[in-house]
Write a protein that binds this ligand. Structure first.
Ligand code: ADP
Ligand code: MG
Ligand code: MG
Length: 876
């Protein structure tokens, strides 16, 4: 049997969204539950896929099936396609599986031509309506199908209004509209070179093709990437008989939500516009009336509509977003879907629905989009001021939150200005590890270069700091401390506001307000915690971050990087001395200065985590990241070391690496300089012993993590040093404290030989940033240069550094888990890359059987919710 590509609305239902798209499935569902829906049929998403497979053609088989359904629709409506006496007019509407509002285009009043419109104008007694429909159709068809720009037609309308001395479209008469239709067709012919098609079947096939084609338009591609919608899904097409809201003053069209989408308040929210069609309501040409006014002016239709709202909410058990039309006082439903809402509204609606007995707690947890929680945790701009402030630039929303401050151009300035109480926004070409202090001190960071996973973006997200990155429109002049944007030159000290949740840049100061977390947030998270199996830890390098993460519900630290502490002003000289040492003794002396500092850092972190597990990673980055670059620092170091400037420079030059990411770093540092491992072990163990002594009620089990292992023998070499050092200290202290030694799995070879590695390890933590980098063979900092081309060519659909590549990198993770557990059943498994806070990746880690994910503090609630959703989905 050949595949069925077309379904009448009466043949489908809400569960068929994969095939019929969201709009089609819901039109079918509304039909089934007896709501007034103009009838029609849906051409499936599979037909869309087929269209692309056939080289962007609708094949004959599918065309024939479509025509069969046109005939069925004629039977249902009693009207005929192209018939002069009783014409069937339809809309052609796109509808993908996931709603993509406004991404693809709609055509209304299809089926009209010169002959049909003439008769319709005469017979209906409403020539204005007939000509209005026709001119709209020509406009939409030209724009959507033939890609003649909208603006040409809008210009003609404007000229007509001016000639007639009117301001509103509705004031144009039948004659005016008829004349406009003529002008439109002339415009079409001038642009396209042929006559406007008069054959309804040709019109229909052209329109369907245009909807299929629109699936691949740039707007849709970007939207899909931002919203995790696969290209392979395709869109369905709905062909629906028209209901007319433009037949006079007892007609109109509207959009409404069953609850307020901004606040969640349980009150009908929407707008209605009389004598109008389609997009008129949202296009802003005329001001629609609030839905409450509709109750007075259209009491009967409004009463019907209120009933429909109740029916739909009861049926879908969620807030609905609806589109409808009133034709001569009678209501027609054109669309319903679960309404998009702000994160705050989402939480309120979920809790209200539970309280109303409409849904259970599980469903409440499942209906919140985890990613959106982010914005609730950061400061936001004062909405009123924001509305009045012009946007001067748009770039990547790299790390959410709002920031307002005076422009500074260097990390040092950011620090200095902040220390004297100024709020600053750090504007840089790009950031590097040395900028961290300045980034911390700033309200927000704006960079000219770099993508979502650039250094600035990753570090800012880790700190929960607002960051807008990749604003190529900025003409930067760092040297003279100024930049140009939107025709204005900004100098040091000028006010600037940036929104890391939207990527927008504003001139001047917009006050920020601290995000308020209402009671509903806590309630939903409490429910989530009941369902999830995955533990959620955090990546934190400071007591401050650790405490922040605890507030957000972190159950431990999955990654504490030790190098960030070394960048502090009071430590960097010691680490530089360590690097420039000639002998083991010199190195040990430098390390001895660092040890108490590290130890007290760890104590602070242990205290902040109140006895929860803390994984501390040994020094990881290549050493050249620590060496000085400016002359004064080099001279200082030379003095410290009793060396000449040129000797220091020679050492620095010697640290140069062709490929630092694959160079002398990670456990390779400990293999070359075992004394580093000794010092770090001492600091970790001594800190734990001290904290244990202060807090006998906690059970301290420090976790020592050795990075960048690719070979089991590397791990066993370093582990031996750790164990000897740790055991001696513990014994000396007369303690029986336990500790764990594990490794990161971030080199493909470690994953492939995980059964060897696991013999040496108490735990694995997947470092999916490096693992992704090494598996793909490109670095996340350079990927920005070519990823866009890969998106355009559909080679990749997402940034693999943001969303785990389950096919490749995921396979390594899965394999390493299985191999590891096969030799070490107690092996504890976690992930500490950026992916630990990405909902779809969290779902994968749940399925793969990891014990925990670890992510930056501000993503902890997201991961908790995503983990709960994964468990709920799993149990279904
Ligand atoms: P979008 O997905 O952008 O919302 P739609 O397919 O929903 O596009 O169409 C936009 C608008 O066109 C609808 O809200 C409705 O007002 C109007 N429309 C679509 N189909 C019909 C129809 N059969 N009768 C009357 N109006 C329609
Ligand atoms: Mg719609
Ligand atoms: Mg790494």
């Amino acid at each position: 049997m050949s595949k069925k590509y077309v379904y009448l609305f009466s043949e489908g239902n809400a569960n068929m969204r994969e095939l019929l798209g969201g709009k089609g499935a819901n039109l079918a569902e509304m039909t089934n539950i007896g709501l007034p829906v103009p009838q029609g049929f849906t051409i499936t998403t599979e037909a869309c896929t087929q269209y692309y497979e056939d080289g962007r053609q609708i094949n004959e088989e599918i065309q024939a099936e479509i025509m069969e359904y046109v005939a069925k629709l004629e039977g249902i409506t009693g009207k005929k396609f192209g018939d002069i006496e009783n014409p069937l007019l339809v809309s052609v509407r796109s509808g993908a599986r996931a709603s993509m509002p406004g991404m693809m285009d709609t055509i209304l009043n299809l089926g009209l031509n010169e002959d049909v419109v003439d008769v319709l104008a005469k017979k209906s007694g409403n020539p204005r309506w007939a000509w209005d429909c026709y001119r709209r159709f020509i406009q939409m068809y030209s724009d959507v199908v033939m890609e003649v720009g909208k603006k040409y037609f809008e210009q003609l309308i404007d000229q007509m209004k001016e000639a007639r001395g009117v301001t509103q479209d509705v004031e144009l008469t039948a004659e005016d509209l008829k004349e406009l239709a003529g002008q439109f067709k002339a415009e079409y012919k001038a642009k396209i070179g042929s006559d406007f098609p008069s054959d309804p079947v040709e019109q229909l096939m052209g329109a369907i093709k245009a909807v299929f084609r629109s699936w691949d338009n740039p707007r849709a591609n970007v939207y899909r990437r931002d919203n995790d919608i696969p290209y392979s899904w395709g869109t369905a097409v709905n062909v629906q008989s028209m209901a007319f809201g433009n037949m006079g003053d007892d007609c109109g069209t509207g959009v409404a939500f069953t609850r307020n989408p901004a606040t969640g308040e349980k009150k009908l929210f929407g707008e209605f516009l009389t004598n109008a069609q389609g997009e008129d309501v949202v296009a802003g040409i005329r001001t629609p009336m609030p839905i409450s006014e509709m109750a007075e002016k259209f009491p009967e239709a409004f009463a019907q509509f209120e009933n429909v709202c109740k029916t739909l909410e009861d049926h879908y058990r969620d807030m609905q977003d609806m589109e409808f039309t009133v034709e001569h006082g009678k209501l027609y439903m054109l669309q319903t879907r679960n309404g998009k809402r702000t994160p705050a509204a989402a939480l309120k609606i979920a809790c209200d629905l539970v309280d109303e007995g409409m849904i259970d707690e599980k469903r409440a947890v499942a209906m919140i989009e985890p990613r959106t929680l982010d914005t609730l945790l950061h400061p936001q701009f004062d909405g009123e001021v924001l509305k009045k402030t012009p946007v001067i630039g748009n770039a990547l929303a790299a790390s959410p939150g709002a920031a307002c401050g005076k422009v500074v151009f260097s990390a040092e300035d950011a620090k200095a200005w902040a220390e004297r109480g100024e709020k600053v926004v750090l504007v840089r070409l790009e950031t590097s590890p040395e900028d961290i202090e300045g980034m911390k001190a700033a309200q927000g960071i704006l960079t000219v270069r770099g993508g979502m996973t650039s250094h600035a973006a990753v570090v800012a997200r880790g700190m929960g700091k607002c960051c807008v990155s990749g604003c190529g429109a900025i003409k930067m002049d760092e040297e003279n401390k100024q930049f140009e944007l939107a025709g204005k030159t900004f100098h040091e000290g000028d006010w600037l506001s940036i929104d890391g949740s939207t990527g927008k840049i504003y001139d001047g100061a917009i006050p920020t307000v601290d995000a308020s977390i209402g009671g509903e947030f806590g309630r939903v998270m409490g429910w989530a915690d009941q369902y999830r199996r995955l533990k959620v830890r955090t990546n934190a390098d400071t007591p401050h971050d650790a405490a922040q993460a605890r507030k957000f519900g972190a159950e431990g630290i999955g990654l504490c990087r030790t190098e960030h502490m070394f960048f502090n002003e009071d430590r960097i000289p010691a680490i530089r001395r360590m690097i420039c040492s000639d002998t083991v003794e010199q190195r040990e002396a430098a390390l001895a200065v660092l040890e108490p500092m590290q130890q007290s850092d760890f104590e602070g972190i242990y205290e902040a985590m109140e006895g929860l597990p803390v994984t501390i990673r040994f020094l990881d980055p290549p050493l050249h990241e620590f060496v000085p670059t400016d002359e004064a620092d080099i001279e200082q170091l030379a003095k410290d070391m009793g060396k000449t400037v040129s000797e220091i420079k020679a050492i620095i030059a010697g640290l140069h690496e062709f490929n630092p990411m694959m160079g002398h770093r990670g456990c390779r540092l400990d293999v070359t300089y075992p004394e580093i491992a000794v010092m770090q072990t001492r600091a970790i163990i001594k800190a734990a012993l001290n904290v244990q002594a202060r807090h006998p009620e906690w059970t301290m089990v420090p976790e020592i993590m050795i990075p960048l292992v690719g070979e089991a023998k590397e791990l066993s070499y370093v582990k031996k040093i750790v164990v000897e050092t740790a055991d001696a200290i513990i014994k000396e202290a007369g303690s029986n404290m336990k500790y764990l030694v594990g490794t990161m799995i971030e080199i493909p070879r470690a994953a492939l030989t995980a059964d060897e590695v696991a013999k040496q390890a108490d735990f694995f933590s997947f470092g999916t940033n490096d693992l992704t980098q090494m598996t793909f063979g490109f670095s996340r900092d350079d990927a920005g240069k070519f990823l866009d081309a890969y998106y355009d060519k559909k080679i990749y659909e997402n940034d693999p550094f943001a969303k785990l590549d389950q096919t490749g990198v995921g396979k390594l993770v899965d394999m390493a888990c299985k191999l590891g557990r096969s030799v070490n059943p107690d092996l504890h498994l976690g992930v500490c890359g950026e992916h630990g806070g990405d909902p779809s990746s969290v779902e994968f880690f749940h399925r793969t059987g990891l014990d925990y994910v670890s992510c930056s503090p501000f993503r902890v609630p997201i991961a908790r919710l995503a983990a709960a959703q994964a468990a709920i989905k799993d149990a279904q």
